[in-house]
Design a protein around this ligand. Structure first.
Ligand code: BV8
Ligand code: ZN
Length: 242
């Protein structure tokens, strides 16, 4: 492991442009349940259904119960050493971008500035009628929250399964990745698209891919380096003193 860490540290030193992609695994050590982990999110219901546009249209009450529960969990946690290490990395590397699938806002809370939240943010809500979008940090918004402007039903400000990602945000990611020479892919099971394919843009451009994850993923075979363990324990040693 020591040798592997040193090799990746050298890659980070040499890299001119670094991208990071994070998933639920980087927030696990803060106490935020992962999507597919053993704790399997909520009352062992299928998050794919609850975090889907179809699920919301069919049963908005149940989906809001799920999101209110997650808002209450996230409101009580804070960032961890993994998030903090990425703030340090951003300070050391001028050409840096943090792309996150997480909706918990913990990267920004930790101090990361250059963050693209490709799946949205749980603290934002959007009106399904007039599309008014705003941030509301009240943990529990009630059964079927309504828009302060038009009374329409609100929805969580996240990208549900079955919905397209914001095309401007996706364009920004792809344009940055085309010129990225090192990408760290951290705490994601790499099964959700299009996030799971972002690394291939870097690979195609001749960049180096590093996976940092508790366990191997379907993308491990494409990685130049794979470090398996906890992000909160690995990242500080990778980045400190660079
Ligand atoms: C799209 C927001 C096209 C909500 C999320 C069939 C039907 C419908 C869609 C599809 C389908 N088949 C494929 C699709 C596409 C679908 C998809 O990819 N499905 C997969 C799962 C089969 N994708 C979409 O629907 C996307 N949109 O394709 O649109 C389109 C185009 C035009 C018009 C219409 C449609 C939208 C995807 C976004 C969905 N929203 N989140 C919310 O969060 O509440 S995704 C959700 O999963 C979370 O954001 C989460 O981050 C993300 C990915 O999961 P991970 O982050 O990887 O988390 P997971 O638990 O899986 O893994 C954690 C990992 O961490 C594990 O590997 C674990 O080992 C590791 N770990 C744990 N602890 C630690 C650790 N690692 C390190 N340290 C630790 N301590
Ligand atoms: Zn409205």
């Amino acid at each position: 492991m020591r040798e592997l860490i040193e090799k990746v540290r050298e890659q980070i030193r040499q890299a001119k442009q670094i991208a990071v992609l994070t998933g639920a695994g980087i927030s696990a050590e803060s106490g935020v349940p992962t999507f597919r982990g053993a704790d399997g999110l909520w009352r062992n219901k299928d998050p794919m259904k609850l975090a889907s546009i179809q699920g919301f249209l069919e049963n908005p009450k149940e989906v809001w119960e799920f999101y209110n529960w997650r808002r209450e969990v996230i409101a009580k946690v804070t960032y961890n050493k993994g998030h903090k290490a990425l703030v340090e990395l951003e300070k050391k590397k001028e050409n840096f971008l943090l792309i996150t699938q997480n909706v918990d806002g913990l990267h920004s809370l930790a101090g990361s500035k250059k963050v693209l939240e490709i799946h949205g943010n749980i603290w934002w809500v959007k009106c399904t009628k007039c599309y008014y979008k705003y941030e509301d940090r009240t943990p529990n918004l009630g059964e079927l929250p309504t828009c302060p402007k038009c009374g329409g039903l609100l929805r969580p400000g996240v990208v549900f399964f079955g919905e397209p990602l914001d095309s401007d945000i996706l364009d920004k990611c792809c344009n940055f990745l085309k010129h990225t020479d090192l990408m760290l892919i951290i705490g994601t099971s790499s099964v959700v698209e299009p996030a799971a394919s972002l690394g291939f843009i870097v690979k195609k451009a001749g960049g180096v891919l590093v996976e940092i994850n508790l366990e191997p993923t379907p993308n491990t075979k494409f990685m130049d380096y794979a470090i398996h363990g906890k992000a909160g324990e690995i990242l500080p040693g990778l980045i400190e003193g660079l």
